[in-house]
Design a protein around this ligand. Structure first.
Ligand SMILES: Nc1ncnc2c1ncn2[C@@H]1O[C@H](COP(=O)(O)OP(=O)(O)OP(=O)(O)O)[C@@H](O)[C@H]1O
Ligand SMILES: [Mg+2]
Length: 541
């Protein structure tokens, strides 16, 4: 009698084998949905939970956690969990207890992490290494020639903001969308793009060699004091007060103009004011007459980024302002798109804050590129933090299977089958592959198919690229036996390649997270021996 039914006789209970069957079929189902998503030739899918089964949610959550923690590897997570449960299904049908399988999974996990440490390639943080990892990640998200454009943009962006011995703050890479032209017009601005423009028709639209004054000082007429009656008795008094207010504001603007004249007049230098507070029409007029570009109501976040991009400091008052407090930009210009005005602040000397301006013909493209750019930036940052890369194209998975297979024979007792579930079939695989050649006719593929389920990553990469998984895997296995270096799959030719030479890499932290989460989730699903879903409450009156 299930414990729950003591509490709620109407609860539905699926026991033991039925519970396991529910979990395994859910894992298979989600794997089938996601398998065509893998690799540069994969499609794009979105996981929504909806009224899904608990195991589906558990797997989807593992995939989401993967994305939150590393920004990559979500599809591989789903595929490997599905594969682990598929293999488990076969052994449990033969009477093996799930507990032993789970123990084997855990041993395989620990061993695979050791293999990961061994296979990782330490790297210098330089443009070439970061380009490889960014390209590999981006090519799985967008079409190849856009991936190449985005790769350079992402690498240059991170290298621009990276400061010696400080972690990279990806927030200093602003991503702005502009629904305009085509996706390959996306560009990196080594500076800022503000989504508004100068508010006076006579202000210049484009200046070079510009001093940048960023401030948070009101240059507009504060009406509040004047309208409150207790300050003045007669119209003359009111007039005097208005004058005084105006004078006060004018003084502020004059300080800016004096500094501009001192620094720029007689030179090829210009002056730009970016104010977080307001600038009233009379102040704008005074600034326009001096050929100053002035923007008002700039976003607070942009004030910080302007200081990082152009140098200088954001000022809260204009008393004795001087050159050392100003930033500098080689080029400032206004760009009008439809009814939107943008101000570009470019050619900054040491831009510690940059902007990736995403262009595209429609909202969907813009969103897709934005997601891809975020993934690319994360992949680059992971590589910088890991100071290492993992050979990609399924090479890690192939190497792990070969090493796990050898490791399996050292594991005592039946739990080794569990070890094998990650790679036991590889022993079977190789033995069966040898055996297969002695079996004639179509049945030999049936034998190989049983074994090939092991190598889900290279296998799905092959199928997504239109190659026959069996033939491909046989080739890869042969190569990996003959070659000391990890061997991966060339998705164009279907042949074996050395991913290191091909520049196809994965992030170390991504693979590490996949190894840990897949074995835990698969074991949890295996060890579920009761699924209880509360029925209608019998307690209802
Ligand atoms: N050019 C390539 N040739 C061969 N394999 C590749 C290539 N580019 C990427 N891969 C492989 O594809 C796999 C990653 O594919 P993909 O990025 O679609 O899935 P994921 O990272 O698991 O999930 P997601 O990126 O959707 O979070 C990695 O194993 C990687 O080595
Ligand atoms: Mg990926």
């Amino acid at each position: 009698m299930a414990a729950i039914s003591l509490l709620n006789p109407k609860a539905e209970v699926a026991r033991a084998a039925a519970a396991l069957a529910v979990n395994i079929s859910a894992a298979k189902g989600i794997q089938d949905v996601m398998r065509t998503n893998l690799g540069p030739k994969g499609t794009v899918k979105m996981l929504v939970s909806g009224a899904a089964s608990d195991s589906f949610i558990l797997i989807a959550r593992a995939s989401t956690a993967q994305d939150d923690m590393t920004g990559d590897g979500t599809t591989s997570t789903v595929l490997i969990i599905g594969e682990l449960l598929k293999q488990a299904d076969i052994y449990i049908a033969d009477g093996l207890h799930p507990r032993l399988l789970a123990e084997g999974f855990d041993k395989a996990r620990a061993k695979t992490l050791e293999i990961l440490e061994k296979i990782k390639i330490p790297i210098e943080v330089n443009k070439e290494n970061l380009t490889d990892i960014a390209r590999t990640s981006l090519k799985t998200k967008v079409h190849p020639n856009l991936a190449d454009v985005l790769t350079d943009i992402c690498v240059d962006a991170v290298l621009a903001i990276k400061q010696e011995n400080k972690p990279v703050d990806l927030h200093m890479v602003e991503i702005m969308e502009m629904q305009h032209k085509t996706d390959i017009d996306t560009q990196l601005i080594k500076g800022l793009v503000l989504d508004h423009g100068a508010r006076h028709p006579d202000m210049p639209k484009r200046v070079t060699n510009a001093y940048i004054l960023t401030c948070n000082v009101s240059m507009e007429y504060e009406k509040s004091e004047v309208n409150s009656g207790f300050f003045y008795k007669t119209a003359e008094e009111r007039e005097k007060l208005v004058q005084a207010e105006r004078e006060f504001i004018d003084q502020r603007v004059k300080k800016v103009i004096e500094l501009k004249r001192k620094l720029c007049n007689g030179t090829n230098k210009n002056f730009v004011v970016l104010n977080q507070k307001g600038i009233d029409p009379m102040s704008l007029d005074m600034l326009a007459k001096e050929g100053i570009i002035a923007l008002r109501r700039a976003k607070r976040r942009n004030m910080e980024r302007l200081a990082l991009a152009c140098g200088g400091i954001a000022l809260n008052h204009l008393d004795d302002i001087q050159e050392s407090q100003l930033g500098f930009a080689g080029l400032v210009y206004e760009h009008v798109l439809g009814e939107n005005k943008y101000t570009f602040v470019e050619e900054c000397k040491v831009p510690l804050s940059v902007t990736i301006l995403i262009k595209g013909p429609n909202k969907h493209t813009l969103t897709q590129i934005k997601d891809a750019v975020r993934d690319g930036l994360r992949a680059i940052n992971n590589a910088i933090e890991d100071k290492a890369l993992i050979p990609g194209a399924g090479a890690f998975e192939l190497t792990a299977y070969n090493e796990l297979m050898a490791f399996k024979d050292t594991v005592k007792g039946k739990s080794r089958l569990g070890t094998g579930a990650g790679a036991f079939e590889l022993t079977a695989y190789n033995e069966l592959m040898a055996f297969k050649d002695t079996v004639k006719g179509k049945s030999r593929l049936g034998v190989a198919a049983y074994a090939e389920a092991l190598l889900v990553i290279p296998k799905v990469l092959a199928t997504n690229s239109g190659f026959d998984a069996q033939d491909t895997l046989v080739k890869l296995q042969e190569e990996s036996r003959l070659n000391p270096e990890p061997i991966g799959l060339d998705l164009t030719s279907g042949e074996a390649i050395n991913p290191k030479e091909a520049g196809i890499f994965d992030n170390y932290i991504v693979k590490k997270q996949i190894i840990n989460s897949c074995s835990v989730i698969a074991s949890n699903l295996l060890l579920v021996d009761e699924i209880m879903r509360a029925g209608m409450s019998s307690l209802k009156g």
